[in-house]
Write a protein that binds this ligand. Structure first.
Ligand code: DX5
Ligand code: ZN
Length: 224
């Protein structure tokens, strides 16, 4: 099963004083999804924004809101992010003791459910969840900050997860250090959704964002 190549700009790298316009601009520039990095200062050593900010951004685009919860525990906050207008909610396999139950909670709110694993986490940890998943997010850096370098050892992991997915219609997303230089190798390994923060939000204009998105998309598409 091959799903379309999608580019998901992370607003973590956008101008936080102007987020609504940034979301509108990056949508006009061709973003397929908007990636929302939720950081709790506990699961990761940084704090970003919460459900009220997501809710206030919702009117600025009709694009899919792809919520990446770097939050432990995630369960008490799933409902708030669902109500704020997220379409996909991804939790971390390392963030709680009862991941299967957390995914059921996401589904019970009518949302698509994703699981993410850190670079050091083996993919065997999520194998039993495959039939519940709409998305798998392979972290290609250690989560917490934008602007870090892609970890090349993750390429083999992406290939192994792609094989594990088989024919299931599961989106395979990569996040961290994705740019025009790394999207093709991640696509070759099997990824179809590309999160990019610092590689997209530079230049501050719709035209600059459009070129940056294209520069990531084209090498990935060329591998298909
Ligand atoms: C990292 C976040 C990423 C981050 C990516 O913890 O999950 O989504 O924004 O930033 P870049 O694309 O700059 O590596
Ligand atoms: Zn992310």
């Amino acid at each position: 099963m091959s799903l379309p190549i999608r580019i998901a700009p992370s607003i973590l790298a956008a101008d936080f004083a102007n987020l609504g316009q940034e979301v509108r601009d990056v949508t006009e520039a061709g973003a397929d999804w908007i990636h929302l990095d939720i950081m709790d200062g506990h699961f990761v050593p940084n704090i970003s924004f919460g459900p009220d900010v997501v809710k206030s951004l919702r009117p600025y685009t009709t694009a899919i809101f792809d919520c990446h919860m770097m939050v432990a525990p995630a369960d008490p906050y799933i409902e708030a992010f669902a109500k704020a207008g997220c379409d996909i909610i991804t939790i971390h396999a390392e963030a709680g003791k009862h991941t299967h139950r957390s995914l059921q909670s996401i589904k019970s709110h009518g949302k698509r459910a994703g699981i993410s694993i850190n670079p050091g986490t083996p993919e065997s940890m999520i194998e039993y969840l495959l039939d519940q998943l709409d998305l798998i997010l392979i972290m290609t850096v250690n989560p917490g900050f934008g602007g870090q370098a892609f970890i090349p050892a993750m390429l083999d992991k992406i290939s192994r997860v792609k094989a594990m997915i088989g024919d299931r219609p599961i989106e395979l997303e990569v996040d961290g250090g994705i740019s025009a230089n790394t999207s093709a190798m991640a696509a070759r390994a099997g990824a179809n959704v590309f999160v990019a923060g610092s590689a997209v939000f530079k230049g501050g204009s719709v035209d600059a964002y459009r070129s940056a998105i294209q520069a990531i998309r084209e090498p990935a598409q060329a591998t298909q």
